[in-house]
Design a protein around this ligand. Structure first.
Ligand SMILES: NC(=O)C1=CN([C@@H]2O[C@H](COP(=O)(O)OP(=O)(O)OC[C@H]3O[C@@H](n4cnc5c(N)ncnc54)[C@H](O)[C@@H]3O)[C@@H](O)[C@H]2O)C=CC1
Ligand SMILES: C[N+](C)(C)CC(=O)CC(=O)[O-]
Length: 490
């Protein structure tokens, strides 16, 4: 089991603790705040609610969380130390002094700093080679980006290990080519924030109207294509060059105030805070966090369906986790052909539930369809085969809902081949949470030629694999409920 030490467990340190813990790492925390345990507990509760269902493959079992009275105790055995103390250079350097004395020589020390350059943190320490900036985004347990900033004193093996660990916990290491104050993303955030403060101060728009300008407009676009790809599309068929020719000159017009910062007078602070209270004061911060998390999970899962942006990143992370979750991609991976095939192992995501507070009916079909997709892949009807023109279409489905399941619960689907002959594939899926049977799905599929859209025999290797599974599964007792239908009223 790998161990991470969290030095400073506030908003960001708590998020890092949750991210490591839910990805199976042991986490040791040092924070002198007597309220730290309670605060981290609340962040962790939100993380447990949202992160496990973000992907389509179950996460490993949670690691162990412990709190320690000193830095020296907290860093014992840690291979990653994440410093997230307040953004004050002299405080961070004091912490690095202690870390220099106690951290293992091969451990990595990441700083969450939003603005300091790694050279400012490394300065004067004989273990500078171990110190990097690993700047995350709030909430750390859901947002994938980590800006990894290094200097010439960090050797390649430290940088490679840092990238590998960040990737292992489901995040994306954006390694900057050189260090710069506030890295990449915070420079944008500062520019946008500065401009927004002017717009409020000058009475052009309220905090709520500015937020609407973002969330009804460019904010949604940025979440999926970023800045440059969005503008490339906005240039029409002529693309980026046309876009630059058309809108480049505006950069020199007085559209923005950029470096000019409004003074934080009491009047301006009251104006902004008052408008923010009017806009959102009816929600507690924890409630707003949950609304934010629900939306982030929903958006990232929607991007995943298109294998795009943060969703594509999550899909790649899922693919790397399949083996540990017991999922296979080919017949070679099946240890015992006579047993039903594990075709899904996941946590019920937040966006799969409904007004009745449980997994909604359409998601049972979604889950069973994903299990069918995996079985198709296992017998050889994979992306390459489908691109060559053959696939299966579902002709008939019968789902029985046997027991409830809720967001955050683990589910597994085990699949039997009832019949696999010629064009026909008859599947039986059983969905469990632990030992509890939740639902069954019976599906008849037909192999089709994608060019003619008509049924046609599958390739020989697919037919052979299907027959092998059907024969092996025939030795099991017939599943209870097989062939059932609602039936016409008498
Ligand atoms: N809040 C945000 O949106 C983001 C913050 N960051 C960065 O993360 C770092 C932490 O920021 P937040 O979590 O927002 O601050 P915070 O104020 O919520 O948490 C800081 C924590 O550090 C603890 N602390 C203070 N002195 C300490 C010491 N000597 N040793 C161990 N713990 C100590 C405090 O008790 C507190 O719990 C900063 O460098 C900040 O720039 C990075 C990304 C986003
Ligand atoms: C405001 N902030 C500079 C601390 C923000 C960040 O560093 C990243 C984030 O989560 O927005």
């Amino acid at each position: 089991m790998k161990t991470a030490a969290i030095i400073g467990g506030g908003v960001i340190g708590g998020g890092w603790a949750a991210r490591f813990l839910l990805n199976g790492w042991d986490v040791r925390v040092f924070d002198p705040d007597p309220e730290a345990e309670r605060k981290i507990g609340e962040v962790l509760a939100n993380a447990r609610r949202s992160l496990p269902g973000l992907g389509n493959v179950a996460l490993p079992a949670e690691g162990r969380l412990s709190y320690h009275a000193t830095i020296v105790e907290a860093v014992a055995g840690a291979v990653w130390i994440q410093e997230s103390v307040p953004e004050r250079l002299e405080l961070k350097q004091k912490v690095y002094g202690a870390l220099q004395a106690y951290v293992a020589a091969d451990a990595i020390i990441g700083s969450s700093t939003s603005g300091y350059k790694p050279s400012q943190l490394q300065d004067g320490f004989n273990n500078a080679a171990q110190i990097v900036v690993a700047h995350p985004f709030n909430p750390v347990y859901l947002m994938p980006l980590v800006e990894l900033v290094t200097t010439e004193v960090n050797p390649a093996n430290v940088i490679d290990s840092a990238k590998a660990i960040i990737t292992e916990i489901g995040m994306y290491p954006l390694h900057l080519k050189k260090e710069i104050d506030a890295h990449v993303a915070d420079r944008f955030l500062e520019a946008v924030w500065r401009e927004a403060l002017w717009l409020v101060k000058d009475g052009i728009a309220t905090t709520e109207e500015i937020d609407n300008a973002i969330r009804y407009g460019f904010g949604i676009r940025w979440a999926q294509m970023g800045l440059f790809e969005t503008y490339r599309v906005a240039g029409g068929e002529a693309g980026m060059k046309h876009f630059m020719a058309q809108f480049g000159p505006a950069l020199k017009w007085p559209w923005t105030k950029l470096m000019d910062v409004p003074e934080f007078t009491d009047e301006l602070v009251d104006l902004i805070a008052g408008q923010s209270d009017d806009q959102s004061g009816h929600h507690s911060i924890r409630a707003l966090e949950r609304i934010r998390d629900d939306n982030l999970v929903g958006m990232m899962r929607a991007l995943g369906a298109n294998d795009w942006g943060a969703g594509a990143l999550q899909n790649a992370h899922d693919a790397g986790r399949e083996g540990e979750a017991g999922l296979v991609r080919s017949m070679d991976g099946l240890e015992d052909l006579s047993q039903p095939v594990l075709t899904q192992s996941r946590i019920v995501p937040l966006d799969w539930t409904d007004y009745n507070g449980h997994m909604t009916e359409s998601r049972y079909l979604d889950a069973f369809a994903q299990s069918t997709d995996r079985l198709m892949m296992i017998i050889g009807c994979d992306a390459e085969y489908i691109a060559s023109g053959g696939s299966y279409f579902t002709a008939e489905t019968h789902i029985r809902h046997i027991d409830e399941v809720h967001a955050g619960d683990p589910i597994q689907v085990r699949t039997r081949v009832i019949m696999g002959q010629g064009k026909k594939m008859h599947l039986w899926h059983e969905m469990y949470s632990g030992e509890r049977l939740l639902a069954t799905g019976e599906h008849m599929l037909l192999h089709v030629d994608l060019a003619t859209r008509r049924s046609a025999p599958p390739a020989a290797h697919i037919e052979a694999n299907l027959a092998k599974l059907a024969e092996a599964h025939a030795s099991l007792a017939a599943p209870e409920g097989l062939g059932r239908a609602i039936g016409a009223p008498r």
